[in-house]
Each structure stands twice: as structure tokens, then as C-alpha cells.
Design a protein around this ligand. Structure first.
Ligand SMILES: [Zn+2]
Length: 194
């Protein structure tokens, strides 16, 4: 069966969830058999990425097991300079566009920068902000610019209530909780609204 995106759990670092989640790989990692994967350079590692790294990523992106590019992005609190992170991010936007696969984005205190990049680069692929913990105003701004939002174990309850179902994803990321429980927690706030 051909892997399909979206899946219930769109982002996990736990390889034991392979098959039931989109597991996150780095370029050069082996694709687990039967897995859905994303492949990317995390912004914390942006200074270690070389031409060979991006070539490996582009090759892996051709696999039908790879359903997204990332996580990639910008982190103002950790990692190399934002200039270095942005170079690596834009390379991955290019891979995402060439492969025709969505982008999974790590954005820490850089939502405005990511919105500006989407406006400038005008990509065709969906951009998904993963592990989003921002408030409803920030979420509204992202939604207005066409972004998708993925929520995990920790999230802003008011934000969970206001994201339209067709713009919302769920993820385990680093959590040890089952995805079903995370979805249930998030839906409690969504249902409370109605
Ligand atoms: Zn992650």
C-alpha cells in the first residue's frame, strides 16, 4: 500500500511508532520498512549541513515512504545564527517544492519570520507549523497566511478551539503518550466551544 499523507500522527521522533506515525529522519538515515517518514535538517543542526546533506535529502525525498520534508525551520533561542538557519531552511523549501511534498516546520519565536518567508517564496506546498503552542492571535495570523497547524501534548487551549478542522494536524513529537490520548485532549477543548 502506498503511504498516504496526512496521517493521524504527523510528527514523531520515536522510531518504534514507525507504521503508525510520520517518523522524523535525518538525511542519510535508513528508511524503516513500511514506514511513513519525513526527512529534514533540524534548525539546531543547520550549521552542520553540507551539500552532501541536501543531496541525500533530495534523493530520499523521491521515496514514496517519505511523505513530508522537515522538520526544518527557525529557532531564535537555540542553535546557530538565524542567518545560518535560514539558509538551511530555504534549501529545504526547495526540496519540498521539487518533490511536491509538504513542509513540517519548527518555529520558536520566529512565527513572523516564517510568515515573511512564505510570502516571499510563495510555495505551492502546504507548510505545517508543528508543536504549536502559540495563542489564538498568532494562530489566526498563520491561518490567514495559509498555514496548517499541528498540535501535540502541550498546546494553548483557546488555540485548540479555534483552528478549523481542515487546517489542523496532531502529533506525538517527543511525547510518550499515545496519539489517541493527545487527540482526545485537544478535542476536549474543541468540543467545549460548541
Ligand atoms: Zn519534532
Amino acid at each position: 500500500m502506498k503511504p498516504q499523507f496526512p496521517h493521524l500522527d504527523i510528527h514523531s521522533h520515536d522510531l518504534s511508532r514507525a507504521g503508525s506515525a510520520v517518523v522524523n529522519l535525518s538525511p542519510g538515515d535508513e528508511i524503516p520498512a513500511g514506514a511513513y517518514c519525513s526527512v529534514g535538517v533540524h534548525p539546531w543542526n543547520a550549521d552542520k549541513a553540507t551539500e552532501a546533506t541536501f543531496a541525500r535529502m533530495a534523493a530520499m525525498a523521491q521515496s514514496e515512504s517519505v511523505v513530508a520534508i522537515g522538520e526544518c525551520g527557525l529557532d531564535a533561542l537555540k542553535g546557530p545564527s538565524l542567518e545560518v538557519q535560514q539558509v538551511a531552511f530555504e534549501r529545504q523549501v526547495a526540496v519540498s517544492e521539487q518533490a511536491g511534498k509538504p513542509l513540517i516546520i519548527h518555529a520558536v519565536k520566529t512565527v513572523n519570520e516564517i510568515i515573511a518567508l512564505r510570502r516571499r517564496l510563495n510555495p505551492a506546498q502546504p507548510w505545517i507549523i508543528h508543536g504549536f503552542r502559540g495563542n489564538p492571535q498568532q494562530a489566526a495570523e498563520l491561518l490567514r497566511h495559509g498555514f496548517f497547524i499541528s498540535l501535540g501534548e502541550r498546546f494553548n487551549a483557546q488555540t485548540a478551539a479555534m483552528i478549523p478542522a481542515d487546517r489542523l494536524f496532531f502529533e506525538t513529537d517527543e511525547s510518550t503518550l499515545p496519539i489517541e490520548l493527545i487527540v482526545e485532549n485537544i478535542n476536549t477543548h474543541r468540543n467545549a466551544k460548541n
